[in-house]
Design a protein around this ligand. Structure first.
Ligand SMILES: [Mg+2]
Length: 332
């Protein structure tokens, strides 16, 4: 929203074209004051007397602009992603030599109390797909540059069908390193079963799954089996029945642990900070400021919200969660 206001406001340079240098300073001060008043009046009118949508069409969406550019262009994102994968590979390397190591809390207990007749399970890592393994930021670009932006499941399916998502920095070396150590790879994604084949094709084009039928077992989509819903716990349990899961990698809390339906941001935070979590040792989180469970919780998991309603709910979240501090503590 701020970006749209900046781009449509005339700058001081436009106003002063052709003015004699001797009057420049005084006119500049006057013009800045006028511009400030005008902007305040315009903002005030926008809040108290909103213009009907038909007379003031929704501008191109910029809500995801900074997050998308950050992912696509920033050195910071690149370093974070590569570093995360390097630390995850080091954890895999250590875990291979430690038979009681698991990234799943309930499996740790089982490994510490093994049944004598049981053969040790082979190690495996579980990775989410979108914004963990495959970078879909080009889809975000196309959403931003289409106007008005409205996410649709049809548009997302069309994007998946193109099979052109690129690898997240660091993931190729991580997967190669795991395979070299004999560690199995399992991709657990909430992409639906209807895009399973194109997802597999996309992963194969990027060298992330083998070029043979063994790739089929590596991808676990939502709906591949009746009890495989959005909550990934049942798929993690399915994998744990066969493997010792040594590392989890994802960009969403749901890639690591179950969260209650309708969890608020505070409740999600409590889960993330709660007992049994293994951040940085067995659980490795990649940043995703574009979308995810964090965003859904802000709009109370309502799907199909109009853009204005969605923005309004998010703006409400800018209100402080607690009363403002007063007294000596306020300056800390
Ligand atoms: Mg993801």
């Amino acid at each position: 929203m701020q970006v749209a206001m900046k781009s449509t406001s005339p700058g001081p340079g436009d106003f002063f074209a052709g003015v004699a240098p001797v009057c420049f300073c005084s006119i500049l001060l006057l013009a800045l004051a006028m511009a400030g008043c005008e902007a305040k009046a315009r903002n005030s009118q926008a809040v108290s007397n909103p213009t009907p949508a038909a007379a003031n069409p929704v501008p191109k969406s910029h809500e995801d602009l900074d997050a998308t550019l950050w992912m696509r262009t920033s050195a910071e994102y690149h370093v974070l992603a590569v570093d995360t994968y390097q630390r995850a590979l080091a954890a895999v390397r250590s875990s291979v030599k430690a038979p009681a190591w698991s990234a799943l809390p309930n499996q740790v207990v089982a490994l510490q109390n093994p049944i004598a007749s049981e053969d040790p399970k082979l190690p495996a890592v579980i990775l989410d797909v979108d914004e963990t393994v495959l970078d879909n930021s080009q889809f975000q670009v196309e959403c931003i540059t289409s106007s008005p932006f409205q996410f649709s499941s049809g548009g997302w399916t069309e994007w998946c069908n193109r099979e052109v998502a690129t690898p997240v920095p660091g993931v190729i070396d991580f997967v190669k390193g795991c395979r070299k150590m004999g560690v199995a790879i399992r991709y657990v994604t909430n992409r639906g079963n209807e895009v399973r084949q194109v997802t597999l094709n996309n992963l194969r084009k990027q060298g992330l799954v083998p070029d043979d039928e063994s790739a089929e077992a590596e991808l676990l989509c939502k709906g591949d089996q009746p009890d495989w819903g959005s909550d990934k716990t049942s798929r993690r349990d399915f994998i744990a029945a066969q493997f010792r899961v040594v590392v989890l990698i994802g960009d969403d809390l749901n890639d690591f642990v179950r969260t209650e339906d309708g969890a608020t941001p505070a409740q999600r935070l409590a889960v993330a900070a709660g007992p049994g979590t293994m951040w940085g040792t067995s659980w490795f989180l990649l940043p995703n400021a574009n979308y995810g469970g964090w965003e859904k919780s802000l709009v109370e998991y309502r799907s199909g919200l109009e853009r204005e309603a969605c923005l309004e709910m998010k703006l409400q979240r800018l209100q402080p969660a607690e009363p403002a501090r007063t007294g000596p503590e306020a300056n800390r």
